[in-house]
Design a protein around this ligand. Structure first.
Ligand code: DAT
Ligand code: MG
Length: 149
């Protein structure tokens, strides 16, 4: 099973979408193995978004992501990274496929509600930034056999 890092960004928290968003992933069958709220320190935000350093939107992106609390989570499941990315939709909410989280709730690329790792390698890196190993829980769900054959 694969793990991915997701977070409801400050706009998602402020707009009261946390429950709605977590609920979508739960109903899909992804398993929550880590969950917390935090206000991201600036340095942590710069590390997390390190690949975008130097781009014109980097400053505003770090300002936004540190401006108010986020809800961080680790979800586990078969192909969890790509499944979650599909459910999120494209980076620009106006280009995201109908029904996806970003298409349903977002209007602007700089306020796109949710973050999700883009590869298993990024997932490992990002989980390591936001969670200590002991904050992730190993457990099995009674419903497992009704989600996977
Ligand atoms: P994603 O969040 O879909 O993985 P990304 O990693 O390319 O997208 O960029 C990280 C975030 O930076 C993205 O969620 C929103 C912001 N961003 C990306 N490209 C942008 C752009 N051209 N203008 C403004 N913000 C942008
Ligand atoms: Mg990305």
């Amino acid at each position: 099973m694969e793990r991915t890092y997701l977070m409801v960004k400050p706009d998602g928290v402020q707009r009261g979408l946390v429950g709605e968003i977590i609920s979508r992933f739960e109903k899909k069958g992804l398993k929550i193995v880590g969950l917390k709220m935090l206000r991201i320190p600036r340095e942590m935000a710069e590390t997390h978004y390190g690949e975008h350093k130097g781009k014109p939107f980097f400053g505003p992106l770090v300002d936004y992501i540190t401006s108010s609390p986020v809800v961080a989570m680790v979800l586990e499941g078969k192909d969890a990274v790509s499944v979650a990315r599909e459910m999120m939709g494209a980076t620009n909410p106006l280009k995201a496929a109908p029904g996806t989280i970003r298409a349903t709730y977002g209007m602007d690329i700089g306020r796109n509600i949710i973050h999700g790792s883009d590869s298993p390698e990024s997932a490992r890196r990002e989980i390591g930034i936001f969670f200590r190993p002991e904050e992730l829980t190993d457990y099995s769900r009674a419903v497992e056999g009704w989600i996977y054959e």
